[in-house]
Design a protein around this ligand. Structure first.
Ligand code: SF4
Length: 754
């Protein structure tokens, strides 16, 4: 049957709306009026769900996409994923290099642009040393690109200033996993959704931010009405609308709620003493790593009775008891969380506290039971966390500060001992502070839009205006905010115009095959980085690659000596299969859905004496860490009495540079707005559609009001996608001491009718 674009959009719009109310999506098969000549296997360009897509190509152009029936999304896509093709051919595509001259970007040849870039980087290194140059990448770059960039900087240029936007979205999740389990990345898989009997969703508006996964949760609940859903969120989001228990709390008090749940679980004797007695340690002091006992934990939790926490959080004590019992009494509980926990000054602690509940109850390491952080970007996990594309990391979870980890990489990379500098580089906020202060002189920004996405962004865009620092930007779209500030603009191949790997939230690596030739003079970021490295005089032994597959093969073998081991995920397998979950040590291994369990995780010998082995820790035990409640960096006060929070909406993704180019998506959310609670609006004389002034200690902006009961009283919400109304001018750049992730989710604000 021939399906028109109009039919497709109707189907997709209906699917999107159904997702928004928590009902199952209709399968979106985006066949266009033009039947493609061929379908090419790929992955969606947007969120960390990592849906498989088939790219329809006709006459050398992308004409449509449809869901890959063999990937985890079983052929489903949300509206964003279904409408990707027009983005490729946007009139805003950058198709040639540019150099800024007298304040204006002027077209240039590749040679002119790269000569200037290399001159600036060489001068910076010569005059100020290697730490004066930096790379700022992305959880949207391909795995091979981030691995290559990190290696060029750390092994080739002597600079550990390698950072990227994943620091802004999942660093606290990494910190949480590493402190609790000793290893990063979730232990379960998306299949847990089909087996869980209780979902604990906290700090995540899954229905809008990960709609295909939420569809699976909604379907599970629809098919098995006894399945319970708990949503902990100060907004009554669409996710909350399918909840058995929606827990609305005073922003910032969720850490206390999590401890109160543990208190109830123990008090009601619902903890799994056999599990935590055998497989967990109780850490009473994180700084000294002092181990304590279960009794120490019980004593610590005395401060978190439901009654005390009810007073603090505004959540009725009876509801805290109900959700704690629901969590513990289910046969298998899976938790999902995202930026609501991560983008906090206590983000790592919040992550630990969710894992504590799983370890306390034994809801881990079996189908349907997993603490599972969701990722915002398509390749933050596989591309940046795993390859070590941050300032303190080396590939496969190794740390720069550890001499034995540097030595292992130097040996594997075949470079002289001592090549990798022993001091970690600057984390994202420190790096952009240093750039703004003129201390970092040359910055290579690839596949991200920091002039929109950094918190308290005005101070960083001011810094980008300096004339004594230099920024080269590889960016596909001319209207991205950061283009206004770069000195050289390079035209990268976009998504289906290049080949490489994405690794999504569930440790699944999948191949994006090249579907079409790049537009104009665009080059893949692999080619751009290789050209840069060669011109910089990087030792050829550091970059021995003919093509992007060589990078993958090296990375695969680097992983082989570690618990990440995915040496069995060969390119030949990736060509055929729609993603494989690591660890995957051999070419006939099916991939790993459950980690840390004998018989499931290939890192555990089949004759190991115990069922579980948390091998990230020396004693093979996971850590229940006693983390107290601590409030936000900027609490409301008499001058700024309300809380501002930010987030995404279903039809836009991140800074809107892609989704705002799709007419159907732009029409559904044409501009950012402020969501105000009905009671607050009545008090301030604000009606739906009125202009409302938002003022924080950093800036003042005006948004149109949407008055509803979505936000609880005292809270306002603004989506962050709109380049014309950048809410990050108002947000806070305070960050978590451990993960260095900023607290986007909470700051003090005052509002008034304009
Ligand atoms: S859920 Fe995420 S990965 Fe899947 S189609 Fe939508 S945007 Fe793409």
């Amino acid at each position: 049957m021939k399906v028109t674009r109009r039919d497709v959009l109707k189907t997709a719009a209906a699917a999107s709306a159904m997702a928004a109310i928590g009902a199952p999506l209709t399968q979106v098969a985006n066949a266009a009026a033009n039947e493609p000549d061929e379908w090419v296997k790929s992955v969606c360009r947007f969120c960390g769900t990592g849906c498989g897509v088939m790219v329809g190509v006709k006459g050398g152009k992308v004409v449509t996409v449809k869901g890959d029936p063999n990937n985890h999304n079983a052929g489903f896509l949300c509206l964003k994923g279904a409408l990707m093709p027009p983005i490729v051919y946007s009139k805003e595509r950058v198709t040639k290099p540019y150099i800024r001259k007298n304040g204006k970007l002027e077209p240039a040849s590749w040679d002119e642009a790269m000569t200037l870039v290399v001159d600036k980087f060489k001068t910076a290194i010569k005059e100020h040393g290697p730490t004066s140059v930096a790379y700022y990448g992305s959880g949207q770059a391909l795995t091979e690109e981030t691995y290559l960039a990190s290696k060029i900087w750390k092994a080739g240029l002597g600079s550990n200033n390698v950072e990227g936007n994943p620091r802004l979205c999942m660093a606290s999740a990494v910190g949480g996993y590493v402190t609790t389990f000793g290893k990063d990345e979730p232990c379960g898989s998306y299949d847990d959704i089909d087996n869980a009997t209780c979902f604990f969703i906290i700090g995540s508006n899954m229905s809008e931010c990960h709609p295909i996964l939420f569809k699976r949760v909604a379907k599970r609940k629809q098919n098995s009405p006894n399945v319970k859903v708990i949503v902990v969120d100060p907004r009554k989001t669409n996710t909350a609308r399918i909840a058995d228990e929606h827990v609305s709390f005073k922003p910032g008090t969720d850490l206390a709620i999590l401890n109160a749940m543990a208190h109830v679980i123990i008090n009601e004797e619902l903890d799994n003493a056999r599990f935590h007695g055998k497989y967990c340690n109780f850490i009473v002091d994180w700084k000294t790593k002092k181990k304590g006992s279960f009794d120490d934990y019980v004593k610590f939790l005395e401060d978190y009775t439901p009654e005390k926490v009810a007073e603090l959080s505004g959540v009725p004590a009876e509801q805290i008891v109900r959700i704690a019992k629901m969590f513990a009494e289910s046969s298998a509980t899976t938790s999902f969380w995202c930026m609501g926990l991560n983008q906090r000054i206590r983000g790592v602690w919040a992550n630990n506290l969710v894992s504590n509940l799983h370890l306390l109850t034994g809801h881990i390491g079996k189908p349907g039971a997993s603490p599972f952080s969701l990722t915002g970007q398509p390749n933050a996990c596989g591309g940046v966390r795993d390859t070590g594309g941050l300032c303190h990391l080396l590939p496969a979870g190794r740390l720069i500060k550890k001499p034995e980890h540097r030595a292992a990489l130097e040996r594997q990379w075949g470079i002289p001992a001592g090549t990798i500098a022993p001091k970690p580089g600057l984390h994202t906020i420190a790096l952009w502070n240093a750039f703004s202060e003129g201390k970092v002189k040359a910055m290579f920004v690839l596949c991200t839009n920091p002039a929109h996405s950094l918190p308290n962004v005005n101070i960083y865009t001011e810094g980008m205006k300096r004339t004594d620092n230099f920024m080269v930007l590889s960016e596909p779209f001319m209207d991205a905010e950061t283009v206004k500030y770069c000195d050289v603009l390079l035209p990268p191949a976009f998504w289906c115009e290049k080949r490489g790997t994405y690794g999504c939230s569930e440790r699944r690596y999948a191949l994006l095959k090249k579907s079409v030739e790049p537009m104009g003079e665009c080059r893949s970021d692999f080619e751009i980085l290789m050209d840069f490295a060669k011109r910089m005089g990087v030792d050829p032994k550091v970059i021995p690659y003919k093509d992007v597959d060589d990078v993958w093969n090296e990375w695969r073998m680097v992983s082989a000596e570690t618990p990440y081991n995915f040496s069995g995920i060969t390119r030949a397998r990736m060509e055929k299969e729609s993603g494989i979950l690591w660890p995957c040590p051999t070419e006939d291994h099916p991939g790993t859905k459950i980690r840390y369990v004998r018989g499931e995780d290939p890192n555990i010998p089949t004759d190991y004496k115990n069922k579980y082995k948390f091998y990230g820790k020396k004693d093979n035990k996971a850590w229940i860490i006693l983390r107290p409640y601590k409030g936000a960096a900027e609490e409301p006060d008499a001058d700024y009495p309300m809380v501002l929070t930010t987030g995404r909406v279903i039809d836009h993704w991140h800074t809107g540079t892609m989704t705002m180019k799709v007419p159907e998506l732009r029409r559904s959310f044409p501009k950012a707005y402020v969501e105000v609670n009905v009671d607050d609006a009545a008090k301030a004389g604000i009606k739906n559609g009125d202009d409302v002034v938002l003022e924080t200690r950093r800036d003042t902006m005006t948004f149109q009001a949407r008055v509803s009961d979505v936000c609880r009283p005292g809270l306002v919400f603004v989506p962050w996608y709109d380049p014309n109304l950048m809410i990050n001018k108002l947000t806070l750049n305070a960050f978590d001491a451990g993960s260095k992730q900023p607290e986007y989710k909470i700051c003090a604000v005052r509002i008034k009718k304009a």
